[in-house]
Design a binder for this molecule. Structure first.
Ligand SMILES: *[C@@H]1O[C@H](CO)[C@@H](O)[C@H](O)[C@H]1NC(C)=O
Ligand SMILES: *[C@@H]1O[C@H](CO)[C@@H](O)[C@H](O)[C@H]1NC(C)=O
Ligand SMILES: *[C@@H]1O[C@H](CO)[C@@H](O)[C@H](O)[C@H]1NC(C)=O
Ligand SMILES: *[C@@H]1O[C@H](CO)[C@@H](O)[C@H](O)[C@H]1NC(C)=O
Ligand SMILES: *[C@@H]1O[C@H](CO)[C@@H](O)[C@H](O)[C@H]1NC(C)=O
Ligand SMILES: *[C@@H]1O[C@H](CO)[C@@H](O)[C@H](O)[C@H]1NC(C)=O
Length: 347
């Protein structure tokens, strides 16, 4: 029961409990009538998103009918055995005190960029409107390394090699202290239409899949796994999207190719040569006819016939005959067989 705005004070009777409270200088008497102090509805469906490096608390807005002023929210946090802290720029680097937004993104905090990933953090949240507020909603505690959802490796680059694929990628998120937490990687791969195989774990961001068949299409997915050895925590991450690549020739295939091409060319040439030979044989008469030159008398004979007194025939005889009988010296060189073998070996 409110006694009216003019009084600037209000007697409030909650019928169920019959409590009487007086508020001085209260500007929004209607609201007090509808929502008794500390009875503002709590924000609904709060959730913590821990995806890669992200740390975000979000909730659904508290909708108050007839309120002209916006509802604001307050988030507080604590570590294992500490008291509750305000989320403001001084404490965590982000202000989530009396905010109208329905999320608090700790990742945006600078310079800390959120809670340290190995801290045990508990968050709580309430709605506020003037002097009114809701009850606190306390979230389950979390440790980032323990509760995080690990995404797939990023910036995946694949270079097809000789019967291999070289995969490079970056980690899902940066880890500050790699001595206690680090990533392992697994590669799932399969020849298109074949059975899936898994290779790993690897610590390196560069993985080579060897002994693949050349000129085949292989598909692959990469997966990260977070290890936090302080608590023996293993968080298996999401698989990357499937992507497919064709391998290139390896050295032996290249040699095979060269041989194949050589043999192929040789066979082709042989066939062509054979065909020509066959044609020549078959159409010998025709060819003779085409290349036929009228018979002619050799020049010197012709001259002789013109003037039989000239001693041309003797001259011809002199020119040719003695030379035929001249031999250059012929030497026959032979190695004994054993020596020859030695020479080959030293070569
Ligand atoms: C809110 O305001 C409307 C008129 O604007 C009124 O009909 C309704 O009863 C009010 N609701 C409450 C809970 O006072
Ligand atoms: C984290 O802190 C909460 C209390 O805030 C406690 O109940 C919980 O056991 C702690 N978890 C670990 C792993 O220490
Ligand atoms: C936090 O932000 C809200 C609005 O965004 C502002 O009203 C409030 O004063 C800020 N609080 C602090 C402690 O800076
Ligand atoms: C984090 O994981 C622990 C158990 O490992 C669980 O009890 C806790 O509720 C989780 N926290 C969140 C916010 O999911
Ligand atoms: C955690 O990992 C580091 C580095 O790999 C190693 O030196 C250390 O012994 C490990 N601690 C535990 C508890 O396994
Ligand atoms: C993976 O595929 C989904 C849908 O198929 C797409 O929305 C997403 O952007 C892809 N991710 C990457 C890293 O390409």
């Amino acid at each position: 029961l409110c006694l009216g705005r003019v009084l600037r004070s209000c007697l409030y009777v909650k019928m169920s409990q019959l409590t009487l409270e007086t508020y001085q200088e209260w500007p929004n008497l209607d609201l007090i009538f509808i929502y008794p102090l500390s009875q503002l509805p709590t924000p609904q469906h709060p959730k913590i998103r821990l995806y890669n490096a992200e740390q975000v608390l979000s909730w659904e807005p508290v909708a108050l009918s007839n309120s002209t002023r916006p509802v604001v929210y307050r988030v507080q946090f604590k570590y294992t055995d500490s008291e509750w802290f305000m989320t403001d720029v001084m404490s965590i680097g982000v202000n989530c005190t009396q905010i109208t937004a329905t999320e608090c993104d700790f990742t945006a905090a600078s310079p800390s960029a959120g809670f340290p990933m190995d801290f045990n953090v508990t968050l709580r949240l309430r709605a506020e409107l003037g002097a009114l507020h809701s009850a606190w909603v306390t979230m389950p505690w979390f440790q980032h390394y323990r509760n995080v959802t690990v995404g797939p490796p990023e910036n995946i680059e694949v270079t097809p090699g000789e019967g291999s694929l070289i995969i490079r990628f970056s980690s899902p998120f940066d880890i500050a202290d790699t001595s206690t937490a680090f990533f392992w990687y697994h590669v799932h791969y399969w020849e298109k239409g074949g059975i899936q195989q898994v290779k790993g774990p690897f610590r390196s961001n560069s993985i080579s899949l060897d002994n693949l068949k050349p000129f085949r299409v292989y598909c692959l997915q990469v997966q990260a796994q977070l290890l936090w050895n302080k608590s023996n925590i293993l968080r298996l991450g999401h698989l990357s999207n499937t992507s497919c690549y064709e391998t290139m020739a390896d050295a032996s295939t290249e040699l095979q190719q060269v041989i194949l091409i050589s043999v192929g060319t040789f066979s082709l040439l042989s066939v062509v040569a054979g065909a020509c030979f066959f044609l020549v044989l078959k159409y010998r008469g025709l060819i003779k006819y085409w290349f036929h030159t009228p018979p002619s008398i050799p020049l010197q004979i012709e001259e002789y016939l013109k003037d039989p007194t000239q001693p041309i025939l003797e001259a011809l005889d002199k020119d040719s005959s003695p030379k035929d009988d001249v031999w250059d010296s012929v030497s026959i060189i032979s190695f004994p067989e054993k020596e020859q073998d030695d020479v080959l070996q030293t070569l």
